[in-house]
Design a protein around this ligand. Sequence first.
Ligand code: SF4
Length: 167
Amino acid sequence: MAMSDSLILTTVDQAKHWAQRSSLWPLTFGLACCAIEMMTSTAPRYDLARFGSEVFRGSPRQADLMIVSGRVCRKMVPQVRQLYAQMASPKWVIAMGACASSAGIFDNYAVVQGVDHILPVDVYVPGCPPSPEALIYGIMKIQDKIRRGLPPAAEAVPVAGGASGVS
Ligand code: SF4
């Protein structure tokens, strides 16, 4: 192999973005039926490992991606916020499915009417439930944001108090 064939030119930022987008680690965290599709995304048929995101972490301190898979009941809000606060930065949030995005069919007082009322959401994945392919596409959209050097929603939207003041 000629020397010129192995020459790699990049910048520190590009290398950092490549490393970040190739190792998005989700938090092991599921709230309802959408979580079954989330789990399926790591199975051999879909193989989320192709995109570097199969390492679901048991500790929020080792995770930089929260996939909110299911409806968020109001009594779960403190726990969801605490898990998010303990995650490593920069951190990303996917609202997976109709319930996480807008409460879906649960138009009632017990369910948060969209997780963006309490967390900054980077990507919304539509469906009830979204397929594993749709979730993987959502993860790829976050990878694309990282590749382009865009900040996570957390750095653009203040989290404290939430947009709707849900507590
Ligand atoms: S969007 Fe559908 S599949 Fe997902 S948690 Fe809501 S009801 Fe369940």
